[in-house]
Write a protein that binds this ligand. Structure first.
Ligand code: PGA
Length: 263
């Protein structure tokens, strides 16, 4: 099957940058990529700012007609009502966001989000026309205690996508918890092994066509120095970048991995 999956480089800012810093960052990133003659159809670029920055990012993207996409880091599984502190997918979609992260390991561990909650959030995202970027991945203990390093990711995937229909636009991010923010990057082979298994599971859940079209990102200590080897793997279609996405030079270099393939 011929596939045309456009690689996606996604910057997860986590709880960094206020709205003024967000504007400055997006503007500088756009200039840097323009100087490098970046073609967005070849590698899509998205940033995931804190909620309070989204309106500002929307304004700069629209005013300067930037090709940078943006998304939220989380959403409520509910649409509206008495949920103090929560943010509806409807509000996020109203801000022109294309994406929303669901089930990042920091949400699963720090905020105790279960697979059921992640499923409800995936459904809410789709209901509001957002593309969920579903994060899955195993902890170090889980990796060491299992024969198959993909088991945890596949269980999380199956739970969260239970009601997703074939052909729905979704993105999966494989992020081994032990590689997030630790500097310990999975080897390209380790990442490929799990991403291939995830694609296999997507085939069972949504059919081969959806599996072939769905982008699977790797996340966990992605840096300019390791992105090219990761991107050479056939089932890896981009990266979800935390720390390195806060530096213009590093994030631009990750986006421009084509220019240093082989390093
Ligand atoms: P990291 O974070 O690149 O800083 O490891 C990745 C993530 O948490 O999405």
């Amino acid at each position: 099957m011929v596939t045309t999956r456009t690689p996606l480089m996604a910057g997860n800012w986590k709880m960094n940058f206020n709205h003024l810093q967000a504007i400055a960052f997006v503007q500088k990133l756009a200039w840097t990529l323009k100087d490098a003659k970046h073609e967005y159809e070849q590698v899509e670029v998205a940033v995931f700012p804190p909620f309070t920055d989204l309106r500002s990012v929307q304004t700069i993207v629209q005013a300067d007609k930037l090709d940078i996409e943006y998304g939220a880091q989380d959403l409520s599984e509910h649409d509206s009502g008495a949920y103090t502190g929560d943010i509806s997918g409807e509000f996020i979609a109203q801000l022109g966001a294309r994406y929303v992260l669901v089930g990042h390991s920091e949400r699963r561990t720090i905020h105790g989000e279960s697979d059921e909650v992640c499923k409800a959030k995936v459904d809410a995202a789709i209901r509001h026309g957002l593309v969920p970027v579903l994060c899955v991945g195993e902890s170090l203990e889980e990796r060491e205690s299992s024969d198959n390093p993909a088991d945890v990711s596949i269980a999380q995937l199956k739970a969260a996508l239970a009601d997703v229909k074939p052909g729905t636009d979704i993105v999966i991010a494989y992020e081994p918890v032990w590689a997030i923010g630790t500097g310990k990057v999975a080897t390209a082979e380790q990442a490929q092994e799990v991403c291939a298994a995830i694609r296999g599971a997507l085939g069972e859940l949504l059919g081969e066509e959806s599996a072939a079209q769905t982008r699977i990102l790797y996340g966990g200590s992605v840096k300019p120095a390791n992105v090219a080897s990761i991107m050479r793997e056939p089932d890896i279609d981009g990266a979800l970048v935390g720390g390195a996405s806060l530096s213009i030079d590093d994030f631009a270099s990750i986006i421009r991995y084509h220019s240093h393939v082989g390093t």
